[in-house]
Ligand binder design. Sequence first.
Ligand code: FES
Length: 152
Amino acid sequence: MVELEKEIKEIVERYPDRRAALLPSLYVAQKHYGWLSQDAYEAVAETLNLPKATVKGVATFYAMYKHKPMGRHLIQLCTNVACMVMGAERLIDLLKDRYGIEPGGTTEDGRFSLVIMECIGACDRAPAMLVNTDFHHSLNENNIFEILENYK
Ligand code: FES
């Protein structure tokens, strides 16, 4: 908590006021706790001196924040038009078969969580996904598993 508080205070120094530092503060709290738990909301609210309802209200607006515990690696697979046309649904079926994971779910061993995304801006290289912060594209039924096996 002390380390998180210190990090948030450093962020605040870069912004005109505490409220403007909310989004990056939520990001570091998520890194610290692994997701935005009640403790994470409280830590951010307390450090920024903002109401917890404000902090939670802002956080729940954005898809980039995790509102429940996640696996060690987060797969964010795009299923928007270009990726859908290029086989994203087939990839979801393959992920279900191989890892027993459904969209919105986490594998039993806690290795992967799967989230379906809207367009991630790589339509010319569809289908595409993020694994944690790593970008992968031109996915197919072979290379998706070669990629994912690098995440233990
Ligand atoms: S539709 Fe998937 S990256 Fe644009």
